[in-house]
Each structure stands twice: as C-alpha cells, then as structure tokens.
Ligand binder design. Structure first.
Ligand SMILES: Cc1cc2nc3c(=O)[nH]c(=O)nc-3n(C[C@H](O)[C@H](O)[C@H](O)COP(=O)(O)O)c2cc1C
Length: 228
C-alpha cells in the first residue's frame, strides 16, 4: 500500500482556525526506554511554527536512560545537544526546567498551558500521577493539567504490565488523561527506527490538535511529492 500523508504545509496547518498559532506545551521525559521518541518529539515541536513555547522537564532517571540510549549525557546544553543543528530547529523556544523546582510556572494552574505530554512515561511517574503524589515538577504539572481539565497525554512504556500498572492507567484515564502507549506501527512501512519514532510522534501531536505535515494517514491518497 502506498504511503499516505497530510500534504498541507506547516503554515497552511497554522492558518486553520482549528489550530491556534501560539501553543504552549509541557514535554516531560521520564526514565522509561524510548529516548529516541522524545528526541523526535523535541525536533517536531522545535520546527512547528504553531508552537510558541515548550516547557521541558527531564527526570534524573530520564537522563540516565538518554545517556544509555542516545549517548547524550548530562543536563548542560541538553536541548542543543539533542537537537543538533537540524534545519528549522528553534531550540530557543524550549526552556529546560528543574525536576525538583515545584516553584516553576507550570506548577500552578494560573500559568496558561495548552497540553502536556509525558514521553516516554515510566511506570513510576504513571503511579505518581495516578495517586496525585505531586512529589516533583513532572507529577505536579500533570496534576495541574488534570485539575484544570487540560490535555495530558501519557506515553507509557513497560512490558509486561502488572496489575498495579494497569490499575494506574485506569485511574489516570478516569481522571481525564490519555494513555498513549509507546507502541510502534508497521502498516506505514517504516524504513528506520527514526521513521517509527516520527510516525508515533505524529500520532501524539495529531491527538493534541497539532497535525503534522507529511504525517501518514491510513486510506488518505498520498501527496504527489511523497511519491517522488
Ligand atoms: C536503561 C533503563 C531502561 C528503563 N526502562 C524502563 C521502562 O521502559 N519502563 C519503566 O517504567 N521503567 C524503566 N526503567 C526504570 C525507571 O527508570 C525507574 O523506575 C525510575 O525510577 C523512573 O523514574 P522517573 O519516573 O522519575 O523518571 C528503566 C531504567 C533504565 C536504567
């Protein structure tokens, strides 16, 4: 089957009334496997003109896993090192916040945020959110999203799942979050690990109202330029 994509450009998508031009997002990276998915998400947000601001929180365990899986270690210039010199990357709109800074703006519901994505989301962070622990900035910001009825997407990753994990997923779903398991698709015929991660990121961004140019869509005729 031919690859089907959304052929609209980022500016065309931005001009659509359904998609506000200035979006503020929280991206939290926790210590589950799948760092490359977080890197793809950062790339997509950095180059998306509709996204004005990204508040990024990275847990200490996420730093450990990032080092293991991407070779990028430590917090210094983390965003710049993860994004590299990718064309169109606007890393200045991404602010790295301290994991323990519960005085950061996103710890309060009075700070306007459109949505929060936790990618990848560990079972530990899932548990903290499900139980309303708010013991660090990621858990607190997620708690704020739930109480303010804002979009919260938890890209959980673990296998196999125990009953505690499953019950916590039910609890966050009942509270208004979307559990968006970090599971790849293959019907889009990915050619690389990056392809797999990018398609997953496209699905998450579509879910929060930021459809991406070039995103695969089942059953939609492929744009001519994508066939070239
Ligand atoms: C290489 C590596 C991979 C891991 N993968 C997972 C995973 O896929 N899912 C998970 O829930 N925990 C995973 N962990 C364990 C978490 O990092 C650990 O539970 C940690 O306390 C989570 O903390 P955080 O939620 O604050 O980031 C992994 C740890 C390491 C070192």
């Amino acid at each position: 089957m031919a690859l089907a994509t959304d052929s609209r450009s980022a500016s065309e998508l931005a001009a659509s009334p359904a998609h506000p031009a200035r979006t503020t997002l929280i991206l939290a990276i926790t210590g589950a496997s799948g760092s490359i998915f977080a890197v793809e998400m950062l790339r997509a947000l950095a180059s998306d003109e509709r996204v004005a601001r990204v508040l990024l929180v990275v847990s200490p365990s996420a730093l450990r896993v990032l080092a293991e899986e991407t070779g990028v270690s430590g917090r210094n210039s983390l965003v710049q090192r993860l994004l590299g010199s990718a064309p169109g990357s606007a890393s200045e709109k991404i602010t790295l916040l301290e994991h323990q800074d519960i005085g950061a703006p996103i710890a309060s519901g009075s700070y306007p945020v459109d949505a929060m994505v936790v990618l990848p989301c560990s079972m530990g962070t899932l548990a903290g959110i499900a139980q309303g622990i708010a013991g660090n900035l990621i858990e607190r910001a997620a708690d704020v999203c739930l109480k303010e009825r804002r979009r919260l997407v938890l890209c959980v990753r673990e296998t196999p799942l125990n009953l505690i994990h499953l019950r916590n997923m039910v609890a966050v779903t009942e509270s208004g979050a979307t559990v968006f398991p970090l599971i790849p698709t293959f019907y889009n015929h990915p050619q690389s690990v990056e392809d797999i991660a990018r398609n997953y990121v496209h699905r998450v961004l579509q879910h929060i109202g930021l459809p991406q140019p070039g995103a695969y869509a089942w059953g939609v005729p492929q744009a001519a330029e994508d066939l070239a």
